[in-house]
Ligand binder design. Structure first.
Ligand code: DX5
Ligand code: ZN
Length: 217
């Protein structure tokens, strides 16, 4: 079964707790936490405290997407806050192997994220090491952007590589995914769907329908 990870960036922050409870009621499996530092991307969001506070209210799976320079400085704060999965960008990583080891030694899942124009070949050494590869289908920084369909080719490539080599990573896609294109990425081999506006922009019925399409794969 594929999983739905709604991006909290598109939630109403005034209502964050209710938005989370409602998302889970509508079928959310994970919560996608977009951490932006105004350097790696042109926006600033939140730090590890958001995870710490969410975890006080239930065992929500926190899927952290670090869009930051110096991602190594953010690992321990998110570990301590209780993050379940920590994704860092290939483009920002200097000592990637060390970060993956550190994440694993602290009992968390490690993911590597690639920008739209970064090729799968660039992360070939990561593939046996990581638990998840996050393919960006928009340029990171904002929700509500149009999906860049050329990135879908990388889903098929990653799916083929894991079958051929017995790798265990999940494939996650992030950016511009909605009811209109979710079947396409699921058919190509995606296991986790991130959706911001495509989820929070819907009413309860629309959110449930979106979740059920994802869960049917
Ligand atoms: C973009 C973020 C995404 C974004 C997704 O930088 O990483 O997670 O919030 O939002 P939508 O689904 O609206 O593109
Ligand atoms: Zn994201």
């Amino acid at each position: 079964m594929a999983l739905l990870s709604p991006s909290l960036l598109s939630a109403d922050f005034f209502e964050l707790g209710n938005e989370i409870v409602d998302s889970v009621k509508c079928g959310a499996d994970w919560l996608h936490i977009d951490v932006m530092d105004l350097h790696f991307v042109p926006q600033l969001t939140f730090g590890a405290k958001i995870v710490q506070d969410i975890k006080k209210h239930g065992d929500y799976f926190c899927d952290v997407h670090l869009m930051v320079t110096n991602p190594q400085d953010h690992i321990m704060p998110f570990v301590k806050a209780g993050a379940d999965l920590i994704n860092f960008h290939y483009e920002a990583a200097v000592h990637a192997d060390r970060m993956i080891t550190q994440i694993h030694e602290n009992g968390k899942l490690a993911g590597v994220t690639i920008n739209p124009t970064t090729s799968v070949d660039a992360i070939k050494w990561y593939l046996p090491l990581v638990d998840l590869v996050l393919v960006m289908s928009v340029n990171p920084g904002f929700s509500g952007q149009s999906c860049l369909d050329y990135t879908f080719e990388k889903i098929a490539e990653l799916d083929e590589l894991r079958k051929k080599n017995g790798y265990k990573y999940k494939i996650e896609i992030d950016g511009g995914i909605s009811k209109s294109n979710v079947n396409k990425v699921l058919d190509l081999g995606c296991d986790v769907i991130v959706a911001g506006s495509g989820f929070f922009g819907q009413n309860e019925e629309g959110r449930k329908e979106f979740a059920s399409i994802i869960h049917s794969k």
